[in-house]
Design a protein around this ligand. Structure first.
Ligand SMILES: C[S@@+](CC[C@H](N)C(=O)[O-])C[C@H]1O[C@@H](n2cnc3c(N)ncnc32)[C@H](O)[C@@H]1O
Length: 249
């Protein structure tokens, strides 16, 4: 997969994905590890048209919530392990996976399954945040994310630290893809100490700390929360960079 000098795009994600996907009209779309359907909705809003979008996730509660909010019959969500997708070979024209590889017990198996269910010439779309090549305000976001990952994992829900950019590329290119393209999308066009981002991050820290309540080392997490809050106020926050990989089977 081609390596290039990092060229950071700082668009609104909606504008970016509309530009990337706006001419595509895939009949069959699969969104892997859809959670409650946030990225599925981004896909729906970005594609020029689509026939059917199916989202899959292992979490029953997330799938139930996604189905409650589904816009119409052309979008549906199913409980399914992405490492053992039950759809036949060569079913989908577009298969995506956003923000999820670092949540997977076996991301390699998931990528192999994504390739299997793609039609020949079908499109792979990976979106994954990474933790290197970041500015100090972006590192604030990643530090909060890694702390949340530590708490999720302690509570029994696998959530690793994010990968490096090269690790994501290496994972994806273990399968064979045609015409790979990469894009690096960040959110850095605003004041990192502005009121809105500061409130959003402080609210996130409160929410993450609340999750840690049942843990035996809750006191340590209170200290971490306080240190992260100080960092948000001093260094500020920008949105860390997401690697987007677009390729064909
Ligand atoms: C950060 S969430 C992704 C949310 C969604 N893609 C979005 O961007 O709105 C990560 C998701 O990966 C799911 N996940 C982890 N392992 C999985 C697997 N083996 N198969 C399917 N989903 C999985 C989790 O249940 C969780 O909902």
């Amino acid at each position: 997969m081609s390596q290039k000098n990092l060229e950071i795009i700082s668009d609104d994600p909606e504008v970016f994905f509309a530009g990337l996907l706006g001419e595509m009209m895939p009949p069959q779309v699969l969104d892997v590890a859809c959670g409650t359907g946030g990225f599925t909705e981004m896909l729906r809003g970005s594609l020029q048209s689509y026939g059917q979008i199916i989202g899959i996730d292992v979490r029953e509660d997330a799938v139930a919530k996604a189905n409650e909010n589904r816009p119409d019959q052309s979008v549906r969500f199913e409980v399914m392990d992405a490492a053992e997708i039950t759809f036949p070979n060569d079913t989908f024209d577009l298969v995506s996976c956003a923000f999820s590889l670092h949540h997977m017990p076996d991301p390699q198996a998931v990528l192999a399954e994504m390739r299997r269910v793609l039609k020949p010439d079908g499109t792979l779309l990976i979106v994954e945040m990474y933790h290197d090549h970041l500015t100090d305000p972006q590192i604030t976001e990643i530090m909060v994310h890694h702390w949340a990952a530590e708490i999720d994992t302690a509570l029994g829900e696998l959530h690793r630290k994010t990968y490096t950019r090269d690790e994501i590329l290496e994972l994806v290119q273990r399968e064979s893809w045609k015409n790979p393209q990469t894009f690096d999308l960040a959110g850095i066009n605003f004041d990192p100490l502005g009121e809105d981002i500061m409130k959003m991050m402080l609210d996130t820290i409160v929410r993450v700390l609340h999750k840690a309540k049942p843990l035996p080392d809750y006191d340590d997490h209170q200290i971490k929360a306080s240190l992260l809050g100080d960092r948000v106020a001093q260094v500020g926050t920008h949105i860390s960079t997401r690697l987007i990989v677009l390729a064909q089977k």
